[in-house]
Design a protein around this ligand. Structure first.
Ligand code: PEP
Ligand code: MN
Length: 332
């Protein structure tokens, strides 16, 4: 149940009610709002004088649902807006990992040339093998910050454990919670305490409900700026790395009020399929796309097989603009 309290209810009173009702308490849209389990279906009469609007929901996908807030949330990333009634698709691009200053500078120059505002690269890499490159860590974050200062990008990078959240907040503009960390409640709860935009990737064995409930940890913690990212789920198919769940994306578009980003690179796992998938994603009118691009994919230290080279990426951005235009949207 979501209980939006009247505008004149003080913080002290809201906290008192939260304790009594065992509810989360957030400040949203200028007033305090309490969130209990969805199994609560009725609010005792004695509380009604504090409540302005009560929404009873069928399940624990509550703050993220259109049943509660019909319109898609607008997320403002230092003046770059996504979601809401904006008619654009944010192109997020960059190499899988920061590998060196020279490499990330080459990526930055490419994005600048193409007018792309959001640079993404990992510094803390949650790899599936302990024997592979694990990322440059803090040195990588410092290089990303350097690119932000030099070129004015918004930076998105992944947090691998909760102890890194402070550094990620300092050095970047969007916190990425990866598919493998999506259930890390230390990370989710810490991200609920900041107002930084958080992009959560769907785990590859995660149902849509489980995915949305992870987002609820951040939303109920007090951070309204959550973006969902579908990056492929595991099916019986082995010819591609994962299967991009476009049906799931359509479902989220229909039932969730959170902006949606699609990541065809990690889904298929092979560069040959990324342009076609990216065009299909754009045609769905989603809020953003995440594409991996590397100056020399053959020598990339992670996800080498799926990263586009610079020429392939230039060509792709040209065609994405046309697809977006055909459905009345813009790539930004
Ligand atoms: C990544 O974004 O580079 C990554 C590791 O992705 P995922 O969390 O989707 O596996
Ligand atoms: Mn990657």
């Amino acid at each position: 149940m979501i209980i939006e309290l009247k505008n004149n209810v003080s913080e002290a009173r809201a906290q008192e009610l939260a304790q009594e009702l065992k509810a989360f308490c957030i400040h949203y849209d200028g007033r305090y709002t309490l969130i209990t389990s969805s199994s609560v279906k009725e609010l005792e009469a004695k509380y009604h004088s504090d409540a302005d609007r009560i929404t009873v929901l069928n399940d624990d996908m509550q703050l993220s649902s259109r049943a509660w807030k019909q319109e898609t949330r607008t997320i403002d990333i230092n003046g770059v807006k996504i979601g809401g009634s904006t008619n654009h698709t944010l192109l997020i691009a960059g190499p899988c990992s920061v590998e060196s200053e020279e490499q990330i500078e080459q990526s930055a120059t490419l994005l600048k040339e193409l007018g792309i505002s959001t640079l993404r690269a990992g510094a803390f890499k949650p790899r599936t093998s302990p024997y592979t490159f694990q990322g440059m860590g803090l040195d990588g974050l410092k290089l990303l910050k350097k690119m932000r200062e030099k070129y004015g990008f918004n930076i998105i990078t992944e947090v691998r454990d909760a102890t890194q959240v402070e550094d990620i907040i300092e050095y970047s503009d969007i916190i990425q919670i990866g598919a493998k960390s999506m259930y890390d409640h230390g990370i989710l709860k810490r991200c609920g305490k900041t107002q930084k935009p958080v992009l959560i990737k769907r785990g590859f064995g995660t149902t849509l409900q489980e995915f949305l409930q992870c987002a609820e940890f951040v939303l109920a913690g007090g951070n309204p700026n959550v973006i969902l990212c579908e990056r492929g789920i595991r099916t019986f198919e082995t010819k591609t790395r994962f299967t991009l769940d476009l049906c799931g994306a359509a479902w989220m578009k229909e039932y969730s009020n959170l902006p949606i980003i699609l990541d065809p690179s990690h889904a298929i796992g092979y560069a040959y399929g990324v342009p076609d998938l990216a065009r299909a994603c754009t045609a769905m009118g989603v809020d953003g796309l995440l594409i991996e691009v590397h100056p020399n994919p053959k020598v990339a230290k992670s996800d080498a097989s799926q990263q586009l080279n610079h020429d392939q990426f230039r060509e792709l951005t040209g065609s994405l603009k046309k697809v977006a235009e055909a459905i009345g949207r813009k790539i930004i």
